[in-house]
Design a protein around this ligand. Sequence first.
Ligand code: CDP
Ligand code: CDP
Length: 202
Amino acid sequence: MAFTIAIDGPAASGKGTISRLLAAEYGFAHLDTGLLYRAVGARMMEGVDPLEAAKALRAEALDGDALRTPEVAQAASKVAVIPEVRAALLDFQRAFARRSGGAVLDGRDIGTVICPEAEVKLFVTANAETRARRRHAELLERGIASDYAEVLADVQARDRRDMERSDAPLRPAPDAVRLDTTTMSIDEALAAARAVVDSRRA
Ligand code: CDP
Ligand code: CDP
């Protein structure tokens, strides 16, 4: 039986962590849809046309820390404003969402465009400074030195581009449950998300 958990929110709000932990807990498959845009953005940085890159994208290309850099994040948000690129990535995401056995997808437009019929929709937020602090710490943990002020500017530039684009802008679906994680630990955020999922599964 298909059961879809759609998790949207801005950069470093914690949606990926919550998604991964929920998927493990319920035995669902997980797709970080940001990786699709990051993979296309990375190809664009190599000089490939973004639409051609989106059409040719294969699951194998979604692996690896190479996609989780601030430069690739910016490129991802630039290719993400191109409607044809988004359209080329649609079928794969929709099929993933409705696979049998349950799925968790996280991104920007899962509850609004990819899977408006999702059984659970969460919109995860946190204030920009908290998100930048988290991303800065995360990069450091992975051995990537970054400047906090630059990380904050990067996050804010992407937020703006993601919210202001005309095709599939970042915004909560009308029926999404909002989760502000600014003062929450990962455990607290997970518990709040789990409570929403359990209430829909009952
Ligand atoms: O997927 P998204 O970009 O929204 O964020 P994430 O990758 O899940 O989280 C970004 C960083 O913040 C990770 O290093 C998480 O461990 C951390 N985090 C946190 O410290 N507290 C939370 N409540 C959620 C995430
Ligand atoms: O982890 P973080 O939130 O920093 O970024 P991400 O989820 O990997 O997404 C990178 C970029 O891809 C975002 O800034 C968006 O521009 C784009 N994206 C999108 O447009 N739609 C999605 N469903 C997922 C990502």
